[in-house]
Design a protein around this ligand. Structure first.
Ligand code: NIG
Ligand code: FE
Length: 423
């Protein structure tokens, strides 16, 4: 008998989502189900996955959990978030109900800039306190890993404050955070008349200090990847400015990500493919020829339907077309105060299966294995495979498809991070 720390037995389904690379096309319909399954965990990692009968004959555990009638699956990876911020934008929500659009509010000096003002006023500790409450909700809904962007500071000191808040949350919250520098999220008011001067600040002043911050952080010693992102959009940063920021980021070792095609198609997918970006995110108005190009690349396409939903739009990214074209698609919440105040990956799956015609299996692979690759951690987590980190969720249902089928309820029963029960 082999000694392990934890044995989960008798699950109606162990849904492994296993794979050796991001899933595409037909493979996205395969979630790797083991009926009457179990999982063995040792030292925070998965020791074995298989039929319960095989595992109980081979492993002796300090603790055993009988998951009869329930489903075990990987913890969700939320691959695109702006979870660290202060305040809210509930007044803008009412303006939009009255007919104003997201981009009109932004052009009038609201939107990202109004959250910037709240973030500049807040201390690092206030940011941590407010964001911890959101991470608690996310954990309750089954999320165990979160990409977290800066982008509401828009000055060197305030962007560093956000990075420090991200590091503090990673150290003190069960959810694992992956940092992204998004200094190029909006042009702050003080540079409104000269956006290129702000790009100079991002490239020449922020990035060198952000690199130093990374080297001194625990993320660096733990080999957590560090990303650089840009909001490539009409009226925000154009293609040339986006390329300049991402090139400079890469020179400092930050891996590229891009917000592209959320409202206007500027060619962000071409830029992402050209730069071998880890992901290109939103893709609401991506033309078919750019989807075909994306399918030839290693860049993950991150689709964010909670934004369309929150903005009251009936237009969604053509995620069905992206998958059929061969793009490795992930889904994320984008939790932020303006376009998606949503902590829930199951809610995102509910929207994607209805309005984007993804099957529950496709949606599940998109929030587990593919999402893990979208944050550079596909070799470490995102599926239940021996050797990977034991991040897993137990659902109060006998069939994983209920995760997308039911909505507005929380089916998550237990959550484990690195083999430790955290909820
Ligand atoms: O992904 N598009 C840019 N950033 C966010 C919105 C941020 C905000 O409105 O505060 C997004 O939609
Ligand atoms: Fe975003």
């Amino acid at each position: 008998m082999i000694d392990v720390d934890l044995l989960i037995t008798q699950a109606a389904q162990v849904v492994t989502c296993s794979g050796e690379a991001p899933k595409r096309g037909e493979a996205m319909r395969d979630v790797g189900i083991i009926e009457h399954g179990g999982v063995a965990v040792k030292d925070g990692r998965i020791a074995a996955v298989g039929p319960t009968q095989d595992l109980v004959g081979r492993y002796r555990a300090k603790e055993t959990i009988d998951a009869s009638g329930r489903v075990v699956l990987p913890g969700f990876v939320d691959a695109h978030t702006h979870v660290v911020y202060a305040g809210d934008r509930v007044a803008e929500f009412e303006l939009r109900i009255g007919g104003a659009t997201y981009m009109e509010i932004m052009a009038a000096g609201g939107g990202i800039v109004s959250t910037m003002k709240a973030v500049r006023r807040a201390s690092m500790q206030e940011l941590v306190t407010q964001s911890r409450a959101r991470l608690n909700s996310m954990l309750t809904l089954g999320t165990t890993t979160v990409e977290a962007k800066t982008g509401y500071g828009l000055s060197t000191a305030d962007e560093l404050k956000l990075l420090n808040a991200i590091a503090e949350l990673d150290k003190t919250h069960p959810i694992q955070l992956v940092p992204t520098f998004l200094g190029a999220h909006a042009v702050p008011p003080e540079y409104r008349s000269d956006p290129n001067a702000y790009v100079d600040i991002v490239v020449e002043e922020m990035l060198p200090q952000v690199r130093t911050w990374y080297e001194q952080s625990h993320f660096y010693s733990q080999h957590t990847p560090f990303f650089c992102d840009v909001f490539c959009e009409d009226g925000v940063f154009d293609i040339a400015q986006s390329r300049r920021v991402l090139d400079a980021g890469r020179a400092y070792g930050l891996l590229p990500k891009i917000h592209a095609d959320e409202f206007v198609n500027l060619g962000g997918v071409r830029l992402a493919v050209d730069m071998h970006a880890t992901s290109v995110d939103h893709l609401d108005v991506t033309p078919a020829e750019e989807a075909a190009l994306l399918a030839t690349s290693d860049t993950i396409g991150v689709v964010i339907p909670a934004v369309n939903f929150h903005l009251g739009s009936c237009h969604f990214a053509d995620a069905r077309g992206l998958i059929d074209a061969g793009v490795a698609v992930a889904l994320a919440t984008d939790i932020n105060p303006g376009s998606a105040p949503c902590p829930s990956i199951p809610m995102v799956m509910a929207i994607a299966t209805r309005y984007q015609r993804l099957l529950p299996a496709e949606a599940l692979n998109a929030v587990t294995l593919n999402a893990a690759y979208a944050v550079g951690l596909g070799e470490e987590l995102g599926s239940l495979q021996p050797g990977k980190l034991a991040d897993l969720v137990i659902l109060n249902t006998h069939d994983y498809r209920h995760l997308a089928y039911q909505f507005g309820a929380n089916l998550v029963d237990m959550v484990f991070k690195h083999g430790r029960r955290v909820r």
